[in-house]
Design a protein around this ligand. Structure first.
Ligand code: IPE
Ligand code: IPE
Ligand code: MG
Length: 246
């Protein structure tokens, strides 16, 4: 791979992606929207390989939001099939062979079919010991729901209000071991966050790409990382900083 032009000292630790544009990609080709989801799975695998080549420690993808249940039942069903059948069964073994640890964030509620939950648990268990990179799949994930769930668990744990600070909240998110994303990429030209990691991305660099997700390849990831490296992160200070102070 051509890693020319990268500053090896400033490779982001954590990149998160809003994989958007599958439906439009398919519609442009006169295909059913579901074909876009099928093609999007290929894009995800290529991007994950690129993330490994870059040496990212954490790569997070938004696969299904708490709002995506509003879509027609057949589309929801197909999306669950793509995620649980293709990604978490076939790709799972390829990702495992590459040393990728697969994890999930999101709410496991009654809407998540039991068989999907089982595939998620199996993929996580199989890959739990891998150390090359962590691929976190945000599934039935909503940033506001995550904060609601964190507040519930803080209240349940009986922590007094005066002892609650930002670290308390961060420790009660779905996976407290994941560092905040350094870079968030959204494809398909939409300029919004759509309820993705809203607590975690407070100081993330945002890159918006016009590429529709099924056309996304590792080169697009590299391009976004180059753009990230040209940014001046200050975290509220007057000059460049490596992280939030304190
Ligand atoms: C992203 O593509 C996949 C999911 C949101 C699950 P979309 O299905 O949102 O595609 P567009 O935005 O309608 O083109
Ligand atoms: C965000 O995309 C969710 C995922 C990529 C899983 P959407 O397509 O659902 O977002 P909106 O509706 O355009 O904001
Ligand atoms: Mg969309």
């Amino acid at each position: 791979m051509d890693l020319d032009g990268f500053d090896p000292q400033r490779i982001p630790r954590h990149v998160a992606c809003v994989m958007d544009g599958n439906g439009r990609w398919a519609t442009q080709r006169g295909l059913a929207r579901t074909e876009g989801h099928r093609a999007g799975e290929e894009a995800l695998f290529d991007a994950a390989q690129g993330a490994l080549e870059l040496g990212l420690e954490w790569f997070t993808v938004y696969a299904f939001s708490t709002e995506n249940w509003r879509r027609p039942a057949e589309e929801v069903r197909f999306l669950l099939d793509v995620i649980a059948d293709r990604l978490l069964t076939r790709r799972r073994d390829e990702l495992h062979a590459l040393g990728v640890r697969i994890r999930f964030i999101g709410r496991r509620d009654w809407r998540v079919p039991r068989w999907v939950g089982r595939r998620m648990d199996e993929a996580a268990a199989l890959t739990a010991g891998n150390t090359a990179m962590t691929l976190t799949v945000a599934f039935n994930y909503g940033g506001r729901t995550e904060i609601v769930d964190a507040v519930r668990s803080i209240v349940e744990s009986g922590i007094p209000a005066s002892k609650i600070d930002e670290r308390t909240i961060a420790r009660h998110l779905y996976d407290p071991s994941i560092p905040d994303p350094d870079l968030v990429i959204r494809t398909s030209g939409e300029l919004r966050i759509s309820n993705f990691l809203i607590w975690e991305l407070a100081y993330s660099e945002l890159v918006f790409s016009d590429v529709l997700w099924p056309d996304f390849r590792r080169e697009h990831l590299f391009e976004a990382v180059r753009e990230f490296q040209a940014r001046d992160r200050r975290f509220g200070a007057a000059t460049r900083r490596e992280g939030i102070p304190g």
